[in-house]
Design a protein around this ligand. Sequence first.
Ligand code: DX5
Ligand code: ZN
Length: 218
Amino acid sequence: MKIAPSILAADLARLADDVARVAPYVDFLHVDVMDGHFVPNLSFGMPVIAALRRTTSLEFDCHLMVTNPIALFEPLREAGADLVTVHIEVHPDPRGAAAAARSAGLRFGLVLNPATPFGAVAPFVELCDQLLVMAVVPGFGGQRFIPEVLPKVEAARKFIDSSGIHADIEIDGGVTPETARLARDAGANAFVAGTAIFGSDDPVAAVGRLRDAVNGKA
Ligand code: DX5
Ligand code: ZN
């Protein structure tokens, strides 16, 4: 079970400090890149990622909420990204995107919006290191978890296990100890949390509560 804080909810004026505080307790960082076009919000890009890269050795899982992800692969790799996820809604046939990510030296994953069925990614899961299931409509932190996505997590877990594919199933949006447990029961093994971690008075304790929840200790 992997826990990944989403830096979107960090204090961006103190980003390195916020990340350093939780770094010993988490598995990687989730980095939400938004273009104000695929989603109605802007977040951060290469300059911020490169600056953060100089302060931490945690892997960067870059969730690309952009309409032109392939053009960003090389500069993101340069900036220090480790894995990129591309929305299937942007590239319904993502084979070219997967190949471009690998040749840029990046691991690759696909993302599904809440309304997109698992069938859209099923033929391409074998290309993935990670399958990211959105539990909110992407664009903003602090939204409520949509439980209707849980059957999709179950379908993904069944498909991945029965095909012998090694891909993480990551859930993103509205993740709290309670919703993380539901996602874990459905088959997720990686949990992104922004507000639940950085919105907490004690982010380290918040990571601990999430970890206990997904490990069945709470
Ligand atoms: C939403 C982003 C999420 C977001 C999660 O578009 O993809 O990663 O940061 O934030 P919380 O955990 O606050 O829902
Ligand atoms: Zn995200």
